[in-house]
Design a protein around this ligand. Sequence first.
Ligand SMILES: Cc1cc2nc3c(=O)[nH]c(=O)nc-3n(C[C@H](O)[C@H](O)[C@H](O)COP(=O)(O)O)c2cc1C
Length: 185
Amino acid sequence: MDVLEAVLTRRSATRLVPPAPDDAALLELIQAASAAPDHGLLRPWRLVLVRDAQRELLGAALAEAATDAAAAERARAKPLRAPLLVSIVFCPRPDHPKVPVWEQLAATVSVVQNLHLLLHSRGWGAIWRTGRAVDAPAVRHCVGVGAGEQLLGWLYVGTPGSGPGGAPRSGFDARTKVRTLGAAA
Ligand SMILES: Cc1cc2nc3c(=O)[nH]c(=O)nc-3n(C[C@H](O)[C@H](O)[C@H](O)COP(=O)(O)O)c2cc1C
């Protein structure tokens, strides 16, 4: 798939069914995704894969973080929406002399977007999902997020399920976001 085609046809896949890529296939794509731009080559990220029964453990942690019983039951089921969850852990170096934290976050997001596009190019579906629970102690503990690290959510990964795709993209016109200094408005 050509890059332009991959960018234009990638969508967030809300219905994901088995199978998901196995560890070897996924690692190959993560390796490629890590070629993203990264000031200082700090690689300020790591990924924690959640598969099979581990999804239920994560569901229990999400339920613990919920505010009421109904929300807890909904939260418990969330990780079961895909066969594989790639937890995205941001590991910034806050005191780096040249690369501020925002640049490290930009580098990390670039890797995630690369991975999403690569998964799509191989026929897999994915959606980046977040939520307030990323900061909950139970969830951080379950994923193994350390002090100084931040959980950025999960790339839910699997095989795109049948059914309607995402709503058509709006008629966004990029020209409304671009101007050239010195040119007439
Ligand atoms: C950082 C980030 C967090 C996101 N979190 C969620 C989420 O919690 N739930 C969700 O349904 N989609 C989430 N999304 C996906 C967006 O909703 C989706 O990208 C957007 O609707 C555009 O759709 P598209 O990806 O199909 O183009 C997230 C996307 C990003 C980049």
